[in-house]
Design a protein around this ligand. Structure first.
Ligand code: SAH
Length: 347
């Protein structure tokens, strides 16, 4: 593909695009038109830019590429969930998911190709981390799902979660740049409070986000409030302990006043006793928070197994007794490997 060698036009800021046109003896207001095509209208090709003359389109083509993603395959689950395998301009593939519920349509998007974190229960962890996604590759996943929401459900996209492949806080700058475009008027004009970033809990970056005054929501994949257990299933805990995490989250709340969501899976024989539930209830006291008890999605070997309904009910009871709200989240799209932790480019 020749396109790979040309500059990705969406890396340019509006001012840089204006300068390009000035240098080529064209009116700088063309930049505004092109910018609108690139972001608001998500043009995949310069020939779509019909309010530009042929010669201007040729000028752009000779200098730039639009490295748009391509939805390579789309699978639909019996429950309505849609999983997209998304091909990037360099041939790598990530997955993104549309999750329909009664009152929402949520886009679950990827931030990296593969993942470097090695959480023992996650299918994505089995893929090597290849690279970070660019802001426009993240943005394009959202646009693709927004279009599918309108086409297949006749409803607007309402929410976005960074719970696809990768760790968003290890690609922080690009994730924030994408969110800026998603929420800006020249992009999709979506509300930041409808966006949730989910992290394994990289404490330094949680503090940075708080300092940056971001306006989106934070979810932390906790899964255990006991260091020994958490370190054994999530190696990140070895360098970002629960104490450090608690401190970072307090800092986050102090600066942003935004409640934290903890994601938590209860597994048979790993964290399904009262002692673990009490540890979680205690941890939740550090910061205004709620808990999503996520159903486990098996990823082939039998090491991890969903705990009993009784254990989940016990967790809910203990959390309630300690004043923390909890919700049981059933999986969606399991039949097409689209559920949490199942994204592994199988197709
Ligand atoms: N790296 C980020 C976002 C990706 S994972 C993070 O860790 O938060 C999205 C969510 O799915 C996380 O809460 C993760 O812990 C959870 N998850 C991973 N594997 C899972 C599985 N097999 N079943 C259920 N949830 C899983």
């Amino acid at each position: 593909m020749i396109a790979v060698n040309k500059r990705d036009i969406r890396k340019l800021k509006l001012d840089e695009l204006k300068e390009f046109f000035t240098q080529h003896n064209e009116k700088p207001f063309r930049a505004q038109q092109v910018y609108e095509w690139l972001w608001k209208k998500s043009a995949k090709d310069f020939d779509q830019m019909t309010n530009l003359s042929l010669s201007v389109r040729e000028l752009l083509k000779s200098h730039f590429a639009i490295n748009h993603i391509q939805v390579d395959t789309m699978q639909r689950s019996a429950d309505g969930t849609i999983k997209n395998a998304v091909k990037l301009h360099d041939g790598l593939v990530v997955e993104s998911v549309l999750i329909p519920t009664e009152d929402r349509i949520t886009a679950c998007v990827s931030s990296q190709v593969g993942c470097s974190l090695d959480c023992k229960f996650c299918a994505t962890a089995r893929l090597k981390r290849m690279r970070n996604l660019n802001p426009d590759e993240i943005y394009d996943q959202v646009v693709a799902i927004k279009q599918q929401a309108e086409l297949f459900f006749n409803r607007p996209l309402t929410n976005i979660v960074f719970m696809g492949m990768g760790e968003p806080l290890l690609n922080y700058a690009n994730v924030v740049a994408a969110i800026d475009k998603i929420t800006s008027e020249e992009g999709l004009n979506m509300a930041s409070k409808r966006i949730t970033l989910s992290t394994v809990g990289i404490t330094k970056m949680i503090k940075k986000m708080a300092d940056d005054g971001v306006k989106f929501n934070l979810a932390v994949s906790l899964h255990s409030a006991k260091d020994e257990v958490r370190s054994s299933i999530m190696p990140i805990n070895e360098t970002n302990s629960l104490d450090e995490l608690a401190e970072a989250l307090k800092y986050w709340y102090k600066k942003t006043k935004r409640k934290v969501t903890f994601e938590y899976v209860v597994w048979k024989g790993i964290n399904d006793t009262e002692e673990h539930a009490l540890a979680l209830a205690k941890f939740c006291k550090h910061v205004p928070s709620k808990v999503n008890l996520i159903e486990y999605n098996p990823i082939d070997d039998g090491e991890f197994q969903q705990a009993s309904e009784k254990a989940i009910a016990m967790y809910q009871r203990i959390l309630e007794q300690h004043g923390t709200q909890s919700f049981v989240r059933r999986s969606r799209g399991k039949d097409i490997d689209a559920a949490c932790g199942q994204l592994a480019n199988k197709s």
